[in-house]
Design a protein around this ligand. Structure first.
Ligand code: MCA
Ligand code: AMP
Length: 486
């Protein structure tokens, strides 16, 4: 028999599973409601289902039900713009959309059959567990050019990554997680919701992240927090000023940061004020989690720890040769292999073939090229030092491709040419800068910002707009982005 993704839904423990503000479900209630919805989804034989992924309990129930039913779920950012949504719907062709009742949907989703997500349901049999290779989730992620790609995640990637984290973080059913992450990406959804449910533990979601909100939960039973570096940067600022808050974060069993690098200065400020040493882990939509500082291991700020159980990690140099030394200095691209990996980019065999290699050459093989550059020290700890692609920007923990923003900007009538870069930002890690050659009188900055937010997503909007007479180009006509940054 295949092992279940959520054993706790079969024999529900008497405890809270999910809490979002005033609304909560215990395991017996979640088993009934998600089980009933799963049976409906199976009867409708729907193929893929879109989930309107607001930060609510409804989204969690919808995704759990889709997993129980075996319907691959496509979580959609509820602030998504029209261009990006159009792409996701036409690429993933969901047969229906799951959403909280009464919530208005944009036209591309309104056009699909809709099923409201209930919070009560009849007791019944849970559907049988599926093939571990079957697709569970399709998560959209940005590349350097073109629209986002759908990362197809099989069921075994989810279970293997969550079980490796159980080991690395000594994560148990007694843990109560708090976070305020969005539920349309791996971090907030797979680690932050499915993680506690697989352990038979609890999660309290803040709806929207705030330092005070997280502190309040940590003083009333929460044991762990997950966040992106922007959140920890804000925590570092506040705990330094406020001893009450410092005490609250000091009580946590484990504070975990990921999705981007947490600067050593923020690590140090948090440790000085709270006594906590934040644990960093490194992952990607395509690979789920690869490495982590272990709860029982040495904490080395500025590193992302050691490979997780079952995950093979290697560093590869420019020529494709595997780097054998562990000197903390030699830089190579991180490549990974293991059960945590995705199966493919939806409808993109070309893009899938490009990222898998065997012995350094693209086109097949089972090693995934992350594009992240790192060193490895004598204890096997990785330190991420950069990224191969300059056209990928990490802002607030979101990965954003420069190309998709440039294309959106070029759709504005006031823009003749556009180039997008990332610039260091103390709060967001990197901020998006738009360099614009106007087609006539320069449009208002805010108009361009709103234009990108409306077409793509608010988190992809430029935070700075700079107007130029011409973009610096090389003899081939290619924009020299490094000259812009200078
Ligand atoms: C602002 N807003 C706008 C506009 N300007 N809306 C429309 N048009 C505009 N022009 C709205 C926003 O929608 C938002 O609404 C509010 O103003 C503030 O937005 P923003 O400025 O973006 O907030 P922020 O302060 O920059 O947010 C910081 C944040 C956020 C909370 C840290 O960046 C965040 O949640 N990051 C998490 C990213 C993440 O989960 N990444 C994981 C990827 P409202 O106020 O209603 O919200 S998975 C991954 O990376 C891998 C697997 C891994 O390793 O984890
Ligand atoms: P995404 O494609 O949104 O899943 O983002 C994955 C990328 O986030 C990785 O390729 C890394 O560049 C970055 N990332 C995730 N976790 C960390 C971390 N702890 N430190 C540095 N970068 C990270």
């Amino acid at each position: 028999m295949v092992e279940r993704i959520f054993p706790a839904l079969v024999t529900p423990p008497e405890k809270e599973a999910l809490r979002f503000g005033e609304v909560s479900l215990d395991y017996a209630q979640l088993s009934r409601v998600a089980g009933a919805l799963a049976r409906e989804l199976r009867e409708a034989a729907p193929g893929r289902v879109a989930v309107w992924a607001t930060p609510t309990i409804h989204t969690s129930v919808a995704v759990v039900a889709a997993l129980l039913a075996g319907a691959p779920a496509v979580p959609v950012n509820p602030k998504i713009g029209e261009r990006e949504l159009g792409h996701i719907v036409s690429d993933s062709t969901p047969s229906l959309v799951l959403a909280e009742s009464g919530v208005a949907l944009p036209p591309d989703l309104e056009a699909l059959p809709r099923k409201d997500v209930p919070l009560t349901g009849q007791q019944g049999e849970l559907p049988p567990e599926l093939d571990p290779e079957a697709p569970a989730l399709i998560v959209y992620t940005s590349g350097t050019t073109g629209p986002p790609k759908g990362v197809v995640l099989p069921r075994r990637a989810i279970t293997s990554t969550l079980d490796a984290l159980e080991d690395a973080w000594q994560w148990t059913a007694d843990d109560v997680l708090v976070h305020g992450l969005p539920l349309f990406h791996v971090h907030g959804l797979i680690l932050g919701i499915l993680g506690p449910l697989r352990r038979g533990g609890s999660v309290r979601h803040l709806g929207r992240f705030s330092v005070e909100g997280a502190a309040k939960e940590l003083t009333s039973g929460a044991t762990m927090m997950f966040g992106v570096p922007t959140m920890y940067h804000r925590i570092a600022g506040e705990v330094t000023e406020n001893p009450q808050l410092a005490k609250a974060f000091g009580q946590a069993r484990l504070l975990v940061s990921g999705s981007a690098a947490l600067p050593v200065h923020d690590h140090q400020r948090i440790t000085a004020a709270t006594g906590q040493q934040v644990v960093e882990r490194y992952g990607m939509s395509e690979t789920l989690m690869n490495t982590s500082v272990r709860a029982d291991g040495e904490r080395k700020p500025g590193t992302v720890g050691v490979p997780l159980g079952g995950v093979e990690v290697r560093l590869v140099d420019e020529s494709g040769a595997v780097i054998e030394v562990s000197d903390g200095e030699t830089v190579g691209e991180i490549q990974v292999r293991g059960p945590n990996l995705f199966t493919e980019y939806l409808n993109r065999p070309d893009a899938t073939a490009e990222v898998f290699v065997s012995e350094g050459v693209a086109g097949g093989g089972d090693w995934f090229r992350t594009g992240d550059m790192a060193t490895r020290d004598g204890d096997g700890y990785l330190r991420i030092v950069g990224r191969k692609a300059t056209d990928l920007i990490k802002s607030g923990g979101y990965k954003i491709g420069a190309g998709e923003i440039e294309n959106a900007l070029l759709e504005h009538p006031g823009v003749a040419e556009a180039a997008v870069t990332g610039e260091p930002d103390p709060d967001l890690g990197e901020r998006i800068v738009a360099w614009i050659v106007p087609s006539g009188a320069p449009p208002a900055e805010q108009e361009l910002v709103d234009h990108v937010a409306r077409l793509l997503s608010p988190h992809k909007r430029p935070r700075v707009v700079r107007f130029l007479d011409a973009l610096p180009r090389n003899e081939m006509g290619k924009v020299m982005k490094r000259a812009l940054d200078a």
